[in-house]
Design a protein. Sequence first.
Length: 415
Amino acid sequence: MKLFEELESEVRSYCRSFPTVFTKAVGAKMWDEDNKEYIDFFSGAGALNYGHNDPKMKSKLVDYILADGITHSLDKATTAKGEFLTAFNETILKPRNLNYKVMFPGPTGTNTVESALKLARKVTGRPDIISFTNGFHGMTIGSLSVTGNSFKRKGAGIPLHNVVTMPYDSFVSDKLDTLEYLERFLEDRGSGVAIPAAMILETVQGEGGINAASYEWLQRIEKICKRWGILSIVDDVQAGIGRTGTFFSFEKAGITPDIVCLSKSIGGMGLPLALTLIRPDLDIWAPGEHNGTFRGNNHAFITATAALSYWEDPKFEQSIAEKSKKTKAYLEKIVQDYPEIKGHFRGRGLMVGICSEVEGLASKVAAEAFKRGLIMETSGPDDEVFKLFPALTIDNETLEKGFNILEQSVRAVIG
Ligand code: PMP
């Protein structure tokens, strides 16, 4: 099997974890060039929440291409864009009583984060941003500066400034209430702590180890932001689009961020699309002040609009809730049946994992699972978490089969 090593930069990573050449994918399954079948519990790190090649999205896209629909348009008005904006407003924003202007910041997750940080600084005139330990927001300089991962930060080659990293919720013990400390610093105007422009966070940290912040912690963050005129940015690039059970990950916490970052599964079928949702009064951009060649990919608009139709049916959320319950039960059973892994369940909805205290175990299990036909990732600062992201649309049989492979892999690794 040829993996093109001599042609591609050393920076490649996923092809090392999954050393094969993939050829085909449907729903929650992938095949490689030897026609070996894999169950996909990776789902493009959250970019394939609706699975691979969803039939409805695929046929809409094929029809659009065959009808010579516009492919590239910069941000000119196109019917594909208009239909997407209308559907997003009618199906997603209005039923949730949300009022945001939609900005297309560039094709991918890091672009929406960059635009959010930039806008927050422009609106407030303040330089600093508060971010959180183990947060992940992207690989360009701005988004990397708020990413709490020292290995990734080293990739910048320079110090990254104007960011204060605070402990994320799960790091707050009963004795150390860091948000209270923050409030005291903000109150003490002699403290030298500048009021930041914004706080940026994930409600469940994906790359950082499937850490789910409590609703109460998120509500406290919102309160602090409101009190001090700090803008709240929720990065829903990975936790959004149904991954945690609701379209936006913050819905059940009852908070309304000032700015929301969306990408990954918003494109529906893995096509690049990113949205920055902006509280209307914050939309102070001058025309052209933030532009880019690939803002608003028309093919992605077509598949994204088709994807939104899932959300017209309340049964979709119910089905995610049912699968989430089963998933949690499978994982808790593994934790219980294999005390050797010293594990515990983490996550919310179908954004889940097992954190193991045994060093290196999660990576070994992922490698074993791959051999047995299951694709999964590890996450967390020491890769200590088995990260499991089944497609939201996965059928129960495949879900069960995937967890059986996981269980067999755990058993094989602990011997
Ligand atoms: N924010 C979060 C929460 C992410 O998980 C990611 C990607 N893993 C990004 C931003 C960056 O997205 P992209 O890789 O598309 O630039």
